[in-house]
Design a protein around this ligand. Sequence first.
Ligand SMILES: [Zn+2]
Length: 83
Amino acid sequence: MMLGVLALAIGLVVLVDRLYGHSTLAFAAGIIALVIANAPMLRFNCPACGKNLFFRDVLVVPWPNRICSACGHDCDSANSQNR
Ligand SMILES: [Zn+2]
């Protein structure tokens, strides 16, 4: 699902890039689309300490951490159990 969203965002950037020429605006739109698509996933929290997995120190990443940056819990195995 994440790969599909990523492919969609990249496709959007390429499409706008071809229509309007190279533009950072198109790139920004792709990033915004990714953020909107990821909004429901912002509830991803570390099952051990509750830290949001999208926050890596002071940075917010568009994909969840596999290893919790706060306590080192392997969240990847926990997430796969939910599906
Ligand atoms: Zn944790």
